[in-house]
Design a protein around this ligand. Structure first.
Ligand code: BGC
Length: 247
C-alpha cells in the first residue's frame, strides 16, 4: 500500500508518496521553501503544490512542528502563531479534496524509526529526539506512541531546552559543534534521569554528523543515530495517512 507524506518544517515543505511495505519513497521528494510568514493559508497552498506535483489523489498525512490533538493545532513555537487553534485536518481536506491526517513532526519521525529504522525491534521505552530549529520528541513504549510530548520545551539551565541545545545553534548561530554536543549531552542525561529510556534515537538533519560528536555523549540509554534521516517525517506522515498511527 502507498500513501503520501508531507513534512512541514521551519525552512521547507517536503513530500513524496511512500511504499508502506518497505518505508521507502516511491518518487523523488518535492521540496518547496516554507513561505514567510508561514500562515496556515500560505502553507496550505504550498502543500497543495507538492501534492499536485506528484499527481496524488489518495490519502495524505501532514506533519506540523506543533502539538496536534484531533486534527487541531495547539502550539506554534517555530511557525506562524496563526496555527494556534487552527483546525488543520479539516482545512487540508477542504483544500486537497482527499482524506488527511495531521500530526506532530517528531511523533511521525519516531513512528517511522520504530517501524523501519533505528528503533525497529527496540522493546521498552524509546525516545526519539529531533535536533533542528527546535527539539522535537517522540515517546514510544513497546512501539506505541504517547503523542505530543514536547521535551524540547522542558525547562533546562534556566531556559527552554531547545534554546539551549537545538541544532540551529550550530547550523545558524555558528556554535562550535563540540561545545554544542556537550550541551546536548547534558540534556540527554536529564532525559535519562527523568524517563530512563533504553534507547534514544538521535534525529534531525545534523544526525548525519553523528559520528563526529557522539563520543561526547555519556548516557545510560543507548544513543543511536536515526536511519531515515530527513525522510522520517514524510514516512511517518504516510503511515498516519494509512491509519497506522493512533494520534
Ligand atoms: C515544537 C515541536 C516540534 C519541534 C521540532 C518544537 O519547537 O514545539 O512541536 O516537534 O519543535 O520541530
Amino acid at each position: 500500500m502507498q500513501a503520501m507524506g508531507i513534512d512541514i518544517g521551519g525552512s521547507g515543505v517536503k513530500g513524496a508518496p511512500v511504499d508502506l511495505d518497505t518505508g521507502e519513497l516511491t518518487a523523488k521528494r518535492r521540496r518547496i521553501k516554507t513561505p514567510r510568514p508561514s500562515t496556515p493559508q500560505a502553507v496550505i497552498e504550498v502543500v497543495k503544490e507538492v501534492v499536485d506535483h506528484h499527481g496524488w489523489t489518495g490519502p495524505v498525512g501532514v506533519t506540523v512542528p506543533s502539538v496536534v490533538i484531533g486534527g487541531v493545532v495547539h502550539s506554534a513555537a517555530n511557525i506562524d502563531d496563526g496555527w494556534i487553534g487552527f483546525p488543520a485536518e479539516q482545512a487540508f481536506e477542504d483544500a486537497l479534496g482527499v482524506d488527511v491526517v495531521v500530526l506532530n513532526d517528531a511523533d511521525a519521525a519516531g513512528m517511522a524509526e520504530a517501524h523501519y529504522g533505528a528503533a525497529r525491534d527496540h522493546a521498552g521505552v524509546c525516545i526519539l529526539l529531533t535536533f533542528g530549529t527546535g527539539i522535537g520528541s517522540a515517546l514510544l513504549v513497546d512501539e506505541v506512541l504517547s503523542p505530543n510530548t514536547e521535551f524540547g520545551h522542558l525547562e533546562f539551565r534556566g531556559m527552554e531546552a531547545e534554546d539551549y541545545a537545538a541544532a540551529r545553534l550550530v547550523e545558524r548561530d555558528h556554535m562550535d559543534v563540540g561545545w554544542w554536543a556537550s550541551r546536548v549531552n547534558e540534556f540527554l542525561q536529564h532525559i535519562d534521569r527523568i524517563f530512563s529510556p533504553q534507547t534514544i534515537v538521535f534525529g534531525g538533519g545534523i544526525s548525519k554528523r553523528f559520528d563526529d560528536f557522539s563520543h561526547l555523549f555519556d548516557t545510560k540509554a543507548d544513543v543511536v543515530p536515526a536511519e531515515l534521516r530527513n525522510n522520517a517525517g514524510i514516512v511517518g506522515a504516510a503511515m498516519a495517512a494509512a491509519g497506522r498511527i493512533d494520534v
